[in-house]
Design a protein around this ligand. Structure first.
Ligand code: GAP
Length: 449
């Protein structure tokens, strides 16, 4: 058996155990779209919640927002997306295959030869990534509407509403989690790059001149987030955007890259967007987007913006890849010598505690249900009474449940249970009355080994 880690294995586990399914699978699948199953949605919610906590609960000066996906079409003219949010594409005139000109073999591009069939390629043209549709009863050029390609603009157009209603003072931030859409041509690598995805973005409004200092602070903070949630730090690195990589709005930009099975790829971006977006919205809307700084002699200025922009669905893929391992745990020379395990941080894991009665009889299931009902007030729990206990532990390991509680015959007498740890596979005896508190303290001190 091959025990190396590959994207195929992660995709297969994700489907088998109900993390991620192909969209519209019974019709052959929809390219660039995926559905999150029972464990996938728990995992996604936990990542979103961890991010939300790190941004809002942990900062006095950052508040949340949930703006709509559909926005006035002028927003996207002002933001520069109508003009600049494009990929360079070429098509094959013979087999109709489509390629990103910047990602294909450059010799083939120059000789205009299709890498697939050898046919002739078209000239390179700019292809806008925004999904465009019409709003209202008739299709006309007067009622074009876009699906937002980034959540950020919903924050910019609301920045004065938020600042005034919540008496926010620069520097302050607005955080948002939501769907974004891009008409991506290359959507390989599972959920890495999709047409429909979710972003977790925070826009931090600062006084011009202090932007570079805040940029450095946010870079540090975002890197620390991944360490806090147990990601292996040797799998992360920074990549600074060169002049030809910078987005049209950015003065400086760094990506946090993660080493996925297909190599180091962008996970999150930290961008210095200057006053570009707010100035453009002032110009296109005719509204004054200046901030009046009462702590600074009523100085008026358009704040600079430091943006932290992470993909939620891309984070989910990263957490899955980072957690996945196949470990040798026996010496019998059979497949049972190996276990597949997801080493999720307990606050990220879809299920925190599984409760397992040793036998399906003699009152053990009843006691196990009682214990589960107490634990479910504080934790996501699951219950499993079918099969040998070793097999049940393996099933929980495979979906990353950090703690298993086993109820046995002694439990009825000594009012204690076995607490089993996913990573070390160690087992300890814990009084039922102390179980919840013990799990809480184990979560607090969790460190991935
Ligand atoms: N507001 C800035 C912005 O959208 P970006 O670098 O284009 O910047 C930010 O996107 C993050 O969104 C990326 O680091 C990635 O995690 C995620 N992302 C972007 N396009 C994506 C796609 N097609 N599928 C999944 N995630 C995507």
């Amino acid at each position: 058996m091959d025990h190396s880690i590959s994207m195929e294995k992660i995709v297969s586990l994700a489907k088998r155990r109900g993390f991620v399914f192909q969209s519209s699978e019974i019709y052959g699948g929809q390219n660039g779209a995926w559905d999150y199953g029972p464990l996938g949605i728990e995992l996604k919610n936990n990542i979103a919640q961890a991010w939300w906590k790190s941004m809002t609960q942990m900062h006095d000066n950052i508040v949340g927002l949930d703006a709509s996906i559909l926005m006035h079409p002028r927003v996207w003219e002002a933001s520069g997306h109508v003009e600049n949010f494009t990929d360079p594409l070429v098509d094959c005139k013979k087999c109709n295959a489509r390629f990103r000109a910047d990602q294909m073999d450059q010799a083939k591009l120059e000789s205009k030869t299709c890498p697939d069939c050898g046919g002739e390629l078209t000239d390179t043209r700019k292809f806008n990534l925004m999904f465009k549709t019409n709003i209202g009863a008739v299709e006309s050029s007067n009622n074009i509407i876009y699906l937002r390609p980034e959540t950020a603009q919903g924050i910019y157009v609301n920045y004065k509403n938020v600042a005034q209603s919540n008496r926010m003072k620069v520097p302050f931030g607005i955080a948002q989690i939501g769907k974004a859409f891009r008409n991506e041509i290359v959507t390989k690598n599972f959920i890495f790059r999709t047409c429909e995805f979710e972003q977790m973005e925070m826009q931090f409004f600062v006084q011009p001149g202090s932007d570079e200092e805040w940029f450095e602070k946010w870079k540090k903070e975002r890197y620390a987030f991944y360490e806090r949630y147990g990601v292996r730090m040797n799998k992360l690195r920074w990549h600074q955007h060169g002049p030809d990589e910078l987005a049209h709005y950015a003065k400086d930009a760094y990506d946090i890259e993660y080493e996925f099975p297909m190599g180091f790829k962008e996970l999150e971006g930290v961008h210095n967007r200057t006053d570009f977006d707010l100035s453009r919205h002032a110009e296109y809307s005719g509204k004054d987007m200046q901030y009046i700084d009462q702590d600074n002699g009523n100085a008026r200025y358009i704040p600079y913006i430091i943006e932290t922009s992470a993909g939620l669905t891309r984070n989910l893929l990263m957490f899955l890849c980072d957690a996945y391992d196949e470990e040798k745990v026996g010496d019998k020379g059979t497949n049972d010598d190996w276990r597949t395990v997801l080493h999720f941080h307990p606050e990220i894991a879809p299920t925190t505690v599984a409760v397992l009665p040793l036998m399906k009889k003699d009152g053990l299931p009843e006691l196990a249900r009682e214990i589960q009902n107490e634990l479910r007030e504080d934790y996501k729990t699951s219950y499993d009474q079918s099969g040998a206990i070793g097999k049940r532990y393996r099933r929980q390991d495979e979906v990353g449940t950090p703690f298993c509680v086993t109820v046995d015959y002694d439990s009825k007498e000594d009012k204690s249970v076995t607490l089993r740890f996913r990573d070390s596979m160690e087992q300890v005896r814990v009084p039922i009355s102390e179980l919840s508190a013990r799990i809480k303290s184990e979560i607090k001190k969790y460190k991935r080994v």
